[in-house]
Design a protein around this ligand. Sequence first.
Ligand code: ADP
Ligand code: MG
Length: 700
Amino acid sequence: MAKEKISEIAYLKSVGPKRAEAFEKLGFHKITDLFNVYPRDYLFNTKIDKLSQYIDKNVVICAEIMDKQMPRRPNHPTRLLVSDGTGRLAVLIWGNAFYREKQFLVGNKYLFWGKVGFNNFEGIVQFDLRDHKKYEAGDDELLKYPYIPIYILSQELKKTWIRPLILTKIIFNAIRKCSSDIHENLSPEIRDENGLLEHKKALLRLHFPINLEDVEMSRQTLAFEELFYLQLIMALKKRKVENQETGIVFEKTGVRVEKLFHELLAFELTDAQKRVIREIRADMKKPKPMNRLLQGDVGSGKTIVAVFAMLVAIENGYQCAFMCPTEILAEQHYKVLKSYFDKLDVNVVQLVGGQKKKMREQILQDIRLGKANVIVGTHALIQEGVEFKNLGFIVIDEQHKFGVMQRARLREKSSQNGLNPDVLVMTATPIPRTLSLTVYGDLDVSVIDELPKNRKEIKTVIRRESNREDVYSFVRDEVKKRRQVYIVYPIIDESEKLDLKSAKANYEILKKDVFPDLRLGLVHGRLFWYEIDDTIEDFKNGKLDILVTTTVIEVGIDIPNASLMIIEEAQRFGLSQLHQLRGRVGRGTEQSYCILLADRLDDTSRLRLDTMVETTDGFKISNVDLQIRGPGEFFGTRQSGELKFTAADLIKDAQLLDKARHSAFKLIDEDTQLRKPEHECIREHFFKVYKDSLGLIDVG
Ligand code: ADP
Ligand code: MG
């Protein structure tokens, strides 16, 4: 392998090419990058005569070895007798003693990190060695600080035989060497308003605090900075859309909207639905493009809101695109939308894979000529460059299934013929506010925080394998009442993992042995979407009693008569996924049930299932999920890149995020281009560090 250019880190004392390579792999290329490795803990720096004040604490002492005593019996420690001028001490080395004692020479000085204990038997303090480092002249500088930081050693670094105190010294040297390269990245005004430290001070104090209160204060400053810059991106993106792009003014509401609400709707809108409809209507009247996120738990009734908005756009002479994450959902929504729009003389077409060429061409032509008013499809709709006559409104349903990057791309492609359509993004993952500001911070947000009144709370229980017979007889009871049942399995094929129940295999068993008298259907991800759709249609039309399925039905499917969901191996599913699945029942007026079949629960799976039993509130559930999984995982790998913070903690720092957002938006409103001299340092830092993110979010 050709030798890569060695990074400047290699030339720091105690580093060298091997360790530099490890740092490189971890994303640390420059010496200043090392400042962003934050301490995981601090050791008290003290003297031997003070040790009794640090019982149970981790400390560092610097002392000379006077003598060594090998263990007298197996399982006894090696003892290093040391002195630091204030007293004498036996440093105990447990385990692997023979090997380790060789590293210590009588007459030499070392830094010893140890845990202080009290030996009741002998009535003296005990010092169990954790790590050590040979003393060098430069260590005096480090030992001036009352706390010695230690850092997380990743697997990559461990491979280079680096030890904690060595890493401490490397980072200490890096900071000393390059502290003049630490630049401020906030204006004094923003710092003062938010009670923050100077960046350099915060960084130095985080690594080498004078007292431990400094640590949290410093962390908050650094966390604020991270959040601030992310919100700055959001602010730029949002203001750019608002200021530079002209949108469509959807002047009138129109007679067909009246007809929809007064003649076609079989139910009364909830207050929350009415509120978000007002919010959307207000946006649509404005001469700038709408970019609104509609959040609403599963079953809260988002579709009708979208129908309203699209109808307004159509009344004003524009076309609408309705995009779904999968073709099955596109098909399902196509039917729902058609059921409304057919009665309103609106022409709905569907563009999905598997359509005959001739038919597809006809549809494309209708879209081009404006004969099609509403086009339903997957995101391929926009990506494949379908030509619209005058696309004015875009709905993106179940946004959480798309990913943030895709959303950015969708918007890029959506403007056609100089028109910037209004965009309504809908999501059923009710994400905590901190996350929604982070991921969707450039959007305006509407929330449907209320379910239709006719709903009964879904009853959820955990059952074990031993209850299986009871569960089956419950299925029979429900079917007798002419209700329908979902049975959900984790994966489809026996071969994928032997111990998992597979939908296919169990479908056969259920059909033959358990419910030979009932009508069963099977859907899973290895079928073509139209095969799945046929079966779902049969289920919807009451031709099937039980639908055996995998998570292909996780989102969007709306069959109000289904009142029982059984989730097999429920411990294998994520919490948000369980919530989405459960959302397939409880959509009608009947009492609905969700049975979580699970054995072998560990602590987190128990917490997940207990949460499901306790609440049906999507926001509560997503908060627990966020705490279990952390923000990166929460969104899946596709989206986690944007959520990597070093200092900030999206669970803890909600208030800090609000402040950072406020400051960022204020700044952009006052000085959009960041041209004022006092904002020079922000501008510089922004372009240095966040330039790549700019491409991603299309700030221009
Ligand atoms: P989601 O928000 O999960 O997309 P849907 O829009 O599919 O929810 O609505 C779920 C079900 O509730 C549909 O059958 C819909 O017709 C019905 N629905 C929507 N709004 C109301 C309401 N205000 N009252 C009663 N039922 C409603
Ligand atoms: Mg929906």
